[in-house]
Ligand binder design. Structure first.
Ligand SMILES: *Cc1c(COP(=O)(O)O)cnc(C)c1O
Length: 392
């Protein structure tokens, strides 16, 4: 819940852009930050380390699937992706293998840095910077009944030579419009990459930490990537922090007495102690509190709300993965399509619900603590807005 200066209570139904997993100001996370703030605020993370980072790396390695066991810290989802791309190309370069081509999924989003934009869908958000973006191979989105097209395209990319890596948002493409594809297609894509020695990068910046119903979305496909990107819910959404977790193979390629071969990526706030303390508190919450039950309960309640909303003729393509529901709102006049997003957003805001449609796609992605009354209010407001606030 957000309390505004003019005294309104606003339901944060998108977890403040997909980060706030346990609700705002979770007492244990706030206490961990307060406590850490009295010990160590910031420390150079080259040649030095500190307990919160050591504890966090150890715990991440404990809960993540084998063989992901080398943790590299950075400070945002975008940088975790940059680091992943550099690790992939670095591994082949250090092995003197001429592999540098990268494949991406159609409609994908991997952040707003130059590398992140380069591996994301090209469009209105990055058109002015097109001259700066590097070339990638785009694999068609594995839409229902067209999965094979995607698999064939990936197979061709992998077979063509110079293929280094494939980066993917597992099961749910967020910024691309909350698009869902089946676990078996993810498993197939992973298998194709493995067969060709192409590194498989899972960008779970949005999908991890229970969003899709499991700790990682990859779990639902029985997939373990070569490189895993985590951020957003890593600190429960309280402070900026990211990790890129890699296999021993990638680590080994950078491990050498030749200092020119080390992995060069040093940002000032790498493994900031306050952020690591917040992440450790998040992991403690996952250990000690019934987080999985909360996620299952939210998913069930979202499912009920979605089936009700799906009955409205104006709402199409209702879809759900774990705690996330999404739907498209049809405009009678195509010309309204471009206007419908801002119209919806304003109508939701006027009803004290923070929802931020992606074009004409409305999605609900609340913190796991949302209660029945507030969630019902969010669903009711979507229904009400579709009835009353849209141009006929
Ligand atoms: C949000 C997001 C990013 C970028 O994370 P930032 O912290 O905003 O830089 C990257 N990948 C995915 C899948 C995301 O949803």
């Amino acid at each position: 819940m957000l309390h505004t200066a003019d005294g309104r209570r606003v339901i944060d139904a998108i977890s403040s852009w997909w980060v706030t997993t346990h609700g705002h100001c979770h007492p244990r996370i706030m206490a961990a930050i307060r406590d850490q703030s009295e010990r160590l605020d910031q420390l150079i993370f080259a040649g030095w380390t500190h307990q919160p980072a050591e504890d966090l790396a150890a715990e991440l390695v404990r809960i993540m699937p084998r063989p992901l066991d080398h943790v590299f810290f950075s400070d945002s989802g975008s940088t975790s992706v940059e680091v992943a791309l550099k690790m992939a190309l670095g591994m082949f370069a250090h092995r003197n293998e001429s592999r540098h081509r990268i494949a991406v999924l159609e409609h994908s989003y991997h952040g707003d840095t130059i590398g992140g934009m380069s591996v994301g869908a090209r469009g209105v958000f990055n058109r002015p910077y097109a001259p700066l973006l590097f070339d990638v191979e785009t694999i068609p989105f594995p839409a229902q009944a067209a999965e094979q097209l995607a698999l064939d395209a990936l197979e061709r990319f992998c077979a063509r030579g110079a293929a280094a890596a494939f980066i993917v948002e597992p099961l749910l493409l967020g910024a691309g419009g909350m698009l869902i594809y089946p676990a078996w297609a993810l498993a197939e894509m992973r298998a194709i990459c493995a067969a060709h020695g192409v590194l498989f990068i899972a960008d779970e910046v949005m999908t991890a930490w229970g969003r899709t119903g499991t700790l990682l979305a990859c779990e639902q496909a029985g997939v373990v990537p070569d490189i895993l990107c985590l951020s957003k819910g890593l600190t429960g959404g309280s402070l900026p922090l990211a990790v890129t977790i890699a296999t021993p193979e990638i680590y080994a390629a950078h491990y050498s007495s030749d200092r020119a071969r080390q992995f060069f990526h040093s940002s000032s706030y790498t493994a900031n102690p306050l952020a690591c303390a917040a992440a450790n508190a998040n992991l403690a919450i996952w250990r000690d509190e019934p987080v999985a039950e909360r996620i299952a309960s939210l998913a069930a309640r979202q499912s009920k709300g979605l089936s009700r909303l799906a009955e409205y003729p104006r709402i199409t393509n209702p879809r759900q993965l774990g705690t996330v529901i999404a739907m498209d709102v049809a405009a009678n006049d195509d010309g309204y399509l471009s206007e419908i997003g801002p119209t919806l957003k304003a109508a939701f805001a006027a009803r004290n619900v923070l929802l931020r449609p992606l074009g004409n796609t409305v999605y609900v992605m609340p913190p796991y603590c949302i209660d029945d009354v507030d969630l019902r209010r969010v669903h009711d407001v979507i229904e009400e807005v579709c009835h009353e606030a849209l141009p006929k």
